[in-house]
Design a protein around this ligand. Structure first.
Ligand SMILES: Nc1ncnc2c1ncn2[C@@H]1O[C@H](COP(=O)(O)OP(=O)(O)OP(=O)(O)O)[C@@H](O)[C@H]1O
Length: 255
């Protein structure tokens, strides 16, 4: 579970996020929507340690873990099980599809550099397991046939899937997706929705996603949070959000 309590983020005079409180329950898919500049990506940046909130707390509780995320570095947060994709795709463009996923595993590597360079049995075993896992994830995202192609040669929709596969390779418990359907055509968007719902079940993930495609948000999210000018103006299930006058005025009505 992620719990944000009265979180505020100020950049100089700009209050990007203002006293934001929300809970993202374990095993759910939650959407974050709102007009451009509402503060959505800033919330992701605080959850992943890119920014430290000016005020408030962000707790990540799962099993025996109970962490104050705002005290941790981005790598510590990723290692604790919170992983993300970015609004602008950030792949290793000159690496192959398989290498991109393989690299995601390295967060979980147990061998040290000495064992790796001498190819100790423990390292070789791990490498083999990672290779199989990377292949499995590529098959899951429908990119097995492209495994040896360079990441930048893939069409946009497939690059987005690859980014998700790489994030999954880190064994996250919480997956943050920043506009996963951006730039996708309606068919790719439909496929992506199915895919997110599928991986959520299979890997028992908690998914928190920012998205402008309302069909994605309304189709797969159990709960939706609506942000406007850094303030949470509504929270509810898809039909509650679609019928909320404040949301229609701030966002849905003007789309
Ligand atoms: N590093 C920064 N320095 C200064 N201002 C920032 C910074 N990051 C974000 N902001 C400002 O904070 C506000 C919220 O931006 P943010 O990117 O979080 O919005 P968003 O809801 O994700 O928008 P979009 O849908 O366009 O991606 C904006 O006014 C933005 O200019």
């Amino acid at each position: 579970m992620l719990s944000l309590n009265n979180v505020t983020m100020k950049f100089g005079g700009v209050v990007a996020v203002n006293q934001f409180s929300a809970t993202i329950e374990e095993g759910t898919i939650v959407g974050l929507i709102g007009p451009n500049g509402a503060g959505k990506t800033t919330i992701f940046n605080m959850i992943t340690g890119v920014y430290k909130p000016t005020e408030g707390s962000i707790r990540y509780v799962e099993g025996k873990k109970d962490l104050e995320v705002s005290h941790l570095r981005p790598d510590q947060i990723a290692k604790a099980g919170v992983c993300r994709t970015f609004q602008n795709i950030r792949l290793f463009k000159d690496m192959t599809v398989l290498e991109n996923v393989f690299i995601g595993n390295h967060l979980r590597l147990k061998s040290n550099i000495f064992e790796a360079s001498l190819r100790f049995p423990r390292y070789v075993r791990q490498e083999k397991a990672f290779y199989e896992k990377a292949l499995y994830l590529l098959q899951k995202v429908g990119l097995e046939a492209e495994k040896d192609e360079l990441a930048h040669s893939l069409p946009y929709g497939k690059q987005r899937r690859l980014e998700i596969a790489r994030a999954l390779a880190t064994d996250p418990q919480v997956l943050l997706l920043d506009e996963p359907a951006a730039g996708m055509n309606p068919q790719e968007t439909q496929d992506l929705m199915r895919f997110i719902a599928e991986i959520q079940k299979e890997f028992n993930l908690t998914v928190f996603l920012i998205e402008h495609h309302m069909d994605v948000v309304m189709g797969i999210c159990e709960k939706i949070l609506v942000l406007d000018h850094g303030i949470l103006i509504a929270e509810g299930n898809p039909s509650e959000i679609q019928n909320n006058p404040k949301v229609i005025e701030a966002y849905l009505g003007v789309d």
